[in-house]
Design a protein around this ligand. Structure first.
Ligand code: MN
Length: 351
């Protein structure tokens, strides 16, 4: 496995950890497998090192991740505000996982902004804000969990990583790479997988619980969205799916239920990008996916002030679902030049 850190950075992080006794770990709002996996992965490791560690997350994590060891020990800001305040105030080190801007903590952001102790950022999103005293930012990595494993290994702490910690780290790698099908060109990833399996991690169970298992409602909502709410734009090689609140409620929508939906159109031959717009309580959630490096992060940024990775991005739109859809559909032809060399010329869309 290639080293990614220089000796000075390793040294600096080692010193920060060894001089801290009370450590707070946190991750982004609406946390996913990688956010929770990296945060809990560090929690288990730091526990083994004898640290007092607390995990504070901005809002609830999806129930599909509740199998992760330590899941019930996380404090949720929206439910335990006073508890979180106390821990942020008393922490002597804060480690931020899987986000690039303090605003990704949502309502919990003032706690991070107000903290005076050293802060460390461990992340794989592009262009992080310079808010931390030590920043590990590697946008080429599959996941923050992959990056976390590498940091732990380079700190010489592999032997201190227990089965629980390894399970959490592999969960993040499995969810962010869709079980090693995207963002996993780097051969090192498979060495990391091997090292985690050597700890006794049950990968098949992780794949089933974190990735594939869903409720009947979620399955029916997905099939409804694809059959009734998917618009295909053949000339643009793209698809747009919209779901309003009433439709989600009809299928007993729960957080995480539409997680994989945006990917489905990109499974069709000839489709280069896909957008999914879901009406939420106070905004429209925009998610976008693409293949062949079609830059959906640029579209999310320019139209809705969002961002993300080239082939996986998102945004929030303050306005109605139909406005959001119209802005997107009107703007899409402006991005057609990015399709050159990135789409198949044949028309696969005749059903
Ligand atoms: Mn991630």
């Amino acid at each position: 496995m290639n080293k990614v850190l220089d000796a000075r950075t390793v040294d600096k992080f080692e010193k920060l950890i060894s001089s801290a006794s009370s450590i707070v770990l946190t991750c982004h709002v609406r946390p996913d497998g990688d956010a929770i996996g990296s945060t809990l992965g560090w929690m288990h490791l730091l526990h083994t090192l004898g640290k007092s560690v607390s995990v504070m997350i901005p809002d609830n994590a999806p129930r599909s991740l509740s199998f992760m060891p330590g899941f019930d020990r996380m404090a949720v800001f929206t439910r335990h505000e006073a508890h979180c305040l106390k821990h942020f105030r008393e922490a002597d080190l804060i480690i931020c996982c899987d986000f690039n801007q303090p605003s990704r903590l949502d309502k919990m952001q003032p706690l991070l902004d107000g903290a005076t102790c050293p802060k460390v950022l461990i992340d794989h999103h592009v262009e992080p804000d310079p808010f931390a005293d030590l920043t590990f930012s590697f946008p080429d990595m599959s996941s923050t969990c992959e990056l976390s494993f590498r940091i732990m290994a380079e700190l010489g702490l592999y032997s201190d990583l227990n089965l629980d910690g390894a399970t959490c780290l592999l969960t993040g790698m499995v969810t962010d790479t869709k079980n090693f099908t995207v963002n996993c060109k780097n051969p090192d990833i498979y060495e990391i997988l091997m090292r985690l399996l050597e700890k006794g991690v049950d990968k098949n169970r992780i794949v089933r619980l974190a990735l594939t298992e869903k409720s009947m409602g979620a399955l029916l909502l997905e099939s409804y969205a694809i059959s009734n709410k998917m618009e295909i734009f053949p000339d643009l090689h793209g698809a747009v799916i919209t779901l309003d609140k009433e439709e989600c409620e009809r299928f007993h929508y729960e957080k995480g239920d539409t997680e994989g939906l945006v990917n489905r159109p990109t499974e069709v031959r000839g489709i280069t990008f896909s957008f999914f717009l879901r009406e939420d309580s106070d905004c429209v959630k925009v998610s976008a996916r693409s293949v062949m490096d079609f830059p959906v992060n640029l579209i999310c940024k320019e139209l809705f002030g969002g961002g993300g990775h080239v082939m996986a991005a998102g945004a929030e739109f303050k306005g109605s679902l139909s406005e959001c859809r119209d802005i997107l559909v009107e703007a899409l032809p402006r991005y057609a030049h990015f399709l050159k060399g990135r789409s198949d010329r044949r028309d696969y869309f005749n059903l």
